[in-house]
Write a protein that binds this ligand. Structure first.
Ligand code: TYD
Length: 226
């Protein structure tokens, strides 16, 4: 029995699609099977990136423009990768990350109207080769997702920097995430998040299982039963 290989799996989608619920469900299943699992999120996930998170989500950076925000997301991402994600995957951990580079492509690139070349250059520098093995794109109509996000946060809570934008902007993001599943079908898998929570969890597990069983990755990990 050789040591199992680490994996890097990201979850993407609009507001309120249920990423964090599903990440924790998947983490539980994988841990029960004996895998080492790390759950993390962006912006944040490392000391340096958490310091930048507040600046971005409070809207403090908004007045300085989308380029500035995109560079801050990239700086946070770089710290998160080098301090947390890359070392964990190298040690054999399955890293589950709530949002990653595709959120920058969609939020800053598509709905922020930044030039594709600028976003690509930032991504290349920040990601530094740490491309996810699998990206699960949870899809839901924007209005449904925004309603869920609002219910989760409490109806009187102020929406954050990105939630507060128009429904049409959120719909554009939904389309951009869907496009990713068409342009990068090997990495980006579409998950219908309108289904019941249990069915969404099963669909996600099916994608993760097909990744775990392909190639040279050894399953079950650490000699335990799957
Ligand atoms: P967060 O409160 O973590 O929530 P959620 O992922 O549940 O929506 O908010 C993160 C926000 O930051 C979200 O509105 C998407 C946005 N974002 C970007 O605009 N670009 C990025 O690269 C990332 C990682 C997030």
């Amino acid at each position: 029995m050789t040591q199992s290989t680490g994996l890097f799996i990201t979850f993407e989608g609009g507001e309120g699609v249920g990423k964090s619920t599903q990440i924790h469900r998947l983490a539980d299943v994988l841990r029960r099977r004996g895998h080492d699992v790390l759950v993390t999120r962006e912006p944040g996930g490392s000391l340096g990136a958490e310091a930048v998170r507040h600046v971005l989500l409070s809207g403090a950076a908004e007045e300085f423009g989308v380029r500035m925000e995109a560079m801050l997301f990239a700086a946070a991402r770089s710290d998160h990768i080098e301090q947390v994600i890359r070392p964990a995957v190298a040690e054999g951990t399955i890293v589950l990350c709530d949002r990653f580079m595709d959120s920058s492509r969609v939020y800053q690139g598509i709905t922020g109207n930044l030039e594709p070349q600028f976003i690509q250059n930032l991504e290349r520098i920040a990601v530094n080769g740490m491309i996810p093995d699998l990206t699960l794109v949870l899809d839901l109509p924007a209005s449904v997702g925004l309603g869920r996000a609002k219910a989760r946060e409490g109806k009187d809570a102020a929406p954050d920097r990105f939630e507060k934008e128009e429904v049409s902007t959120h719909e554009k993001r939904r389309e951009a995430f869907l496009d990713l599943t068409r342009t990068e079908p090997e990495r980006c898998k579409l998950i219908d998040a309108t289904q019941a929570e249990d069915l969404v969890a099963l669909a996600i597990l099916a994608e993760v299982d097909s990744l775990l069983h392909e190639g040279t990755t050894d399953e079950p990990a650490k000699g335990q039963k799957a």
